[in-house]
Ligand binder design. Sequence first.
Ligand code: ADP
Ligand code: ADP
Length: 232
Amino acid sequence: DDVVTTTALVKTYRQGADEVRALDGVSVAVRRARFTAVVGPSGSGKSTLLHCAAGLDTVTSGSVVLDGTELTGLTDRQLTRLRRRRIGFVFQSFNLLPQLTAYENVVLPVTMSGRRPDRERVDHLCEVLGIAHRLSHRPAELSGGQQQRVAVARALVARPAVVFADEPTGNLDSRAGAEVLTMLRRAVDELGQTVVTVTHDPAATRYADRVLTLADGRLAGDEHTTPDDTLG
Ligand code: ADP
Ligand code: ADP
């Protein structure tokens, strides 16, 4: 059961007179309820892959299928809707709204779509993520690690098909970073969520089921630690 599939994905950018091949034929399938880390040197195409897979950027050629929907050919409006309904995002910079409490931040994707949050489910999610006792605080009153766990809860609250995390530990010390990685791991193991993270953090690879390595826009490595994911 694959949640995200890219086939022969190519993405080129124009830089003045030059054309940069940020992705040069990436084919990869990500299975449901797995934690995948995407690593590689700076400029290897990690962010571009994440952005193309999440429908934040259009592809030059090839295809992306997310939760059964082919993204190429969708209008901006359709992509926005698909992102809102089926994708959770976690960023390096947390991106919480400072005037809202942690609880209000967590339920934002639900309230924004005009629904009422299921308090029991939200409480369970926040228990799993270790922030249940911080829900009435505003972001400024929380540590960086707590803020990022609130951001993880927000990314998960609407039960997206996949959560994309872009350097989720980049602004955290190693202890807070380890906590956030533990929470992403729990999201997979206890909540059945699918997580794909781009990371420079060597610790992140220890939490992942699979480590994809990019080099010059190509897949240069694909290591599985979940036995039934192992190819061949
Ligand atoms: P990584 O995330 O691994 O650091 P990126 O995906 O950000 O790599 O970048 C891959 C390549 O694409 C780099 O050569 C980068 O300079 C280029 N690139 C990325 N985004 C743009 C852009 N918006 N315009 C032009 N070139 C870009
Ligand atoms: P940083 O790495 O500095 O934290 P972000 O990861 O927050 O930056 O942003 C990465 C990119 O994703 C930016 O181009 C931003 O505009 C875009 N972005 C952030 N949030 C969303 C969203 N909810 N929907 C669509 N695009 C987003």
